[in-house]
Design a protein around this ligand. Structure first.
Ligand code: SF4
Ligand code: SF4
Length: 418
């Protein structure tokens, strides 16, 4: 394993191009927070000349969004995201995971526990959260300080209503299976509902596997390869048992993780059998907007709405899945669309990054607000519910609640005129 990591480390020629594109480096302006610095640090970590037992030192590896902007820009294709994930694994193997990440992994491995945790938070929402701002989809503000999140931090909306998976029971043969991802399953079920209505209108049969689990991306990103491996294997087994042509994965991070990282994980674990199984399943996984674009006549049914829109490219849709034209095609058909500057600049959410480094995450998000405003849009459209939540928060903090956020699938459904 170390030989392959050494090769990856050696692929970096220290040219520094990554410094000009990294959103974290733009804020921190220090070498340890950019791809070149991460690669150097991992080399030293492997040699044993440094050890990451102090918070400040760990920050060098955890202050990375895994946005892959540097991977895209690197002339030598240095796989920084993989190097950072591997280095994080080295750190937690020696020093363990923070308590909240251990609890998170335990809960995410068990659907019933996850449902229970989320619904319990829903029942307690009156005590935990201030009233949700109707104009913002950023979530609800915490009323109390917690060990990891301060008062007034925004969290995804919690309710005790049915989850997306619970709403659509059914089994048997279908053209597509739906994998909503945790945020849409629990917090933004309306995005999944919009996709269901579109599929019904197109008479495309679907099922929602009831036993699906979290894809494991947040756990993998923390360096916890063991629990990520457990979730990858479980989901692959669940998908293999389905009698469907396609698996539509609504969250770009989940889709990207399942299509690329499942296989890469088993390559690192030198597990040939699971590597092949992951590669086979990856061929069935598709982003829903790309599916609608390539396999349906939906475009003919869309009527242009009298609204002005702009679009944010989620990192794990544009960079890792190479999907950027398909959403723009539909958005342009459905509305008066203007592309904003730096549409693919990372929003700074990156899952637990926004919990570990809330102020830095907000600073990165704030850079997008000017470009959204300059596009003179009434609606900011995006294809990832985490980006939607993050940018709603940024707009809200800037007093721009007048600019609404909407998921690409919701906009398409709206333009069907139902
Ligand atoms: S752009 Fe690539 S080769 Fe150049 S310093 Fe960054 S990681 Fe290394
Ligand atoms: S993945 Fe993103 S945040 Fe991490 S080093 Fe590369 S550009 Fe910077």
């Amino acid at each position: 394993m170390d030989r392959r990591i050494t090769e990856s480390i050696n692929s970096c020629v220290k040219c520094g191009i990554c410094r000009s594109v990294c959103p974290v480096f733009k804020e921190e302006k220090a070498e340890p927070f950019v791809a070149r610095g991460h690669i150097t640090l991992l080399g030293e970590l492997i040699k044993g000349s440094i050890d990451f037992d102090e918070k400040e030192s760990k920050d060098y590896l955890y202050k990375c969004l895994l946005c892959t902007t540097c991977v895209e820009a690197c002339p030598n294709d240095s796989p920084t995201d993989m190097i950072v994930e591997f280095a994080r694994n080295r750190v937690i193997e020696k020093h363990g995971l923070p308590l909240y990440k251990r609890i998170m992994a335990r809960v995410m491995k068990n659907r019933q526990l996850m449902d229970f945790a989320y619904k319990s938070a829903g029942y307690l929402s009156g005590f935990l959260f201030n009233e949700k701002k109707e104009a913002s989809r950023a979530g609800a503000a915490l009323k109390v300080n917690t060990p990891y999140l301060s008062k007034n931090e925004l969290l995804p909306p919690v309710t005790n209503k049915k989850t997306f998976i619970e709403k659509y029971k059914g089994k048997g043969r279908a053209k597509v299976a739906l994998f909503p991802g945790c945020l849409i399953n629990y917090a933004y079920t309306e995005i999944g509902d919009a996709l269901v209505k579109i599929l019904k209108k197109l008479k495309i049969s679907f099922i929602v596997p009831q036993n699906q689990l979290c894809c494991g991306a947040p756990i993998y990103a923390s360096g916890n390869l063991k629990d990520a491996e457990y979730l990858a294997k479980k989901n692959i087994e669940i998908f293999e048992a389905l009698d469907v042509e396609y698996i539509l994965v609504l969250e770009p991070t989940c889709a990207s993780f399942m299509v690329h990282e499942y296989e890469r994980l088993f390559v690192w674990l030198e597990d040939k059998q699971w590597e092949k199984r992951a590669a086979k399943i990856a061929k069935k996984i598709v982003d829903p907007v790309k599916f609608l674009y390539e396999h349906t006549d939906l475009a003919k049914m869309i009527k242009k709405l009298d609204i002005k829109t702009t679009y944010h490219d989620p990192c794990h849709l544009k960079r890792t899945q190479k999907i950027s034209n398909e959403p723009r095609f539909f958005i342009d058909k459905a509305s008066n669309f203007t592309d904003m500057k730096e549409a693919d600049r990372c929003c700074g959410n990156a899952g637990t990054f926004s919990v570990d480094y809330p102020e830095l995450s907000k600073k990165i998000a704030s850079h997008k607000v000017k470009n959204i405003v300059d596009a003179e849009a009434e609606y900011l459209v995006t294809g990832c519910s985490a980006c939607m939540m993050q940018l709603s928060g940024a707009l809200h903090r800037d007093g721009r609640d007048g600019i609404k956020t909407i998921h690409t699938i919701e906009l398409i459904y709206k333009a069907l005129g139902d």
